[in-house]
Design a protein around this ligand. Structure first.
Ligand SMILES: [Zn+2]
Ligand SMILES: [Zn+2]
Ligand SMILES: [Zn+2]
Length: 303
């Protein structure tokens, strides 16, 4: 019989932590595999956008993932996309008939950075909407300063809708039956810093939806993980005219850099221009032949 046990941390001789993970059944749910604006993008009638309007299966909501346990006792999300309302429905659907089936089944929200597609969903927890009480926001100190300073987040903190709880980048925090650590990521950082997350459960998972370019340190973090969900904004360099303003490593470069990896790689955070969105494209075929996976909304990954 499977059973779950809280993470045990045994401090031996004051020097060593031994972490025991016992039959933990957790799931990652891709709530949104689109770039900040999702697919279709507003006012765009490119082939990918038209197709995704005609058939919901090709739609991609804003970037977010959920970490839930199989008994649905807890659920944390990473990033609060503009589509949070719909993404809560996805969580509730999965949690159907389980104890988590409550109106907002989220125990905490981890934020990677301030680009609006990653924080806009917080608004829907405020007074104009569900008026939630004290949703814990796990974020960096700089992100907390940002939320404390600017409307509407400042107001939501004053109203006790959200409560930012900062973490130290690089340190491991324990939550329920898993731990999370973070690492710094080069990514424009117009307002605050950007982080990627490492989820430590039975498997180790990296969540890295946005970065400007690869560094050896970040590639090493991905190599050490069992699973990585990484930036698939663009397939090629020069995919949009203003690429210089919105740098992301193109998928073809990422696949070259990670061609010998043993980590299970899922691409996510797709821009509407990404050629792999077209099921019949040679780019999609080549990506899959190289052993990389393409995330989609509703995908559940057992970890
Ligand atoms: Zn983004
Ligand atoms: Zn489009
Ligand atoms: Zn970003």
């Amino acid at each position: 019989m499977k059973f779950s046990l809280d993470l045990l941390s045994i401090n031996l001789m004051g020097n060593f932590f031994i972490e025991l993970f016992v039959e933990l059944d957790m799931q990652l749910v891709i709530l949104g595999s689109g770039q900040d604006a999702g697919v279709p993008q507003i006012g765009c009638y490119c082939e990918n956008c038209v197709k995704s309007r005609e058939d919901k299966a090709f739609r991609r909501l804003g970037p977010s993932i959920a970490l839930m346990d199989s008994k649905k006792k807890f659920c944390y999300i990473f990033d609060a996309s503009p589509d949070l309302k719909e993404q809560v429905d996805t969580i509730n659907k999965i949690a159907q008939k389980e104890s988590l089936a409550k109106s907002i089944p989220i125990d905490g929200i981890f934020l990677t950075h301030t680009h609006f597609g990653h924080i806009a969903g917080l608004w829907s927890l405020g007074k104009e909407c569900i008026n939630i009480k004290k949703m814990i926001i796990h974020c960096t100190h700089k992100m907390k300063q940002f939320l404390d300073s600017y409307h509407p987040f400042k107001h939501m903190i004053e109203q006790e809708n959200i409560t930012p709880v900062p973490f130290e980048i690089g340190t491991k925090q324990h939550y329920n039956e898993f731990s999370v650590s973070s690492f710094e990521v080069p990514h424009r950082n117009e307002y605050v810093d950007t982080v990627g997350f490492i989820i430590h459960a039975k498997k180790t998972v990296v969540y890295l939806p946005d970065l400007d370019y690869w560094t050896e340190e970040i590639l090493a973090i991905i190599e050490e993980a069992d699973i990585a969900l990484i930036d698939a904004t663009f397939y090629t360099k020069d995919e949009i005219p203003r690429m210089a303003n919105v740098p992301h490593p193109p998928m073809i470069e990422t696949m070259e850099r990670l061609k010998n990896t043993t980590t299970e790689i899922y691409f996510t955070h797709f821009n509407h221009t990404n050629k792999t969105l077209d099921e019949t494209s040679k780019e999609r075929k080549e990506t899959l032949e190289k052993g990389f996976k393409l995330a989609y909304d509703g995908l559940i990954i057992e970890i």
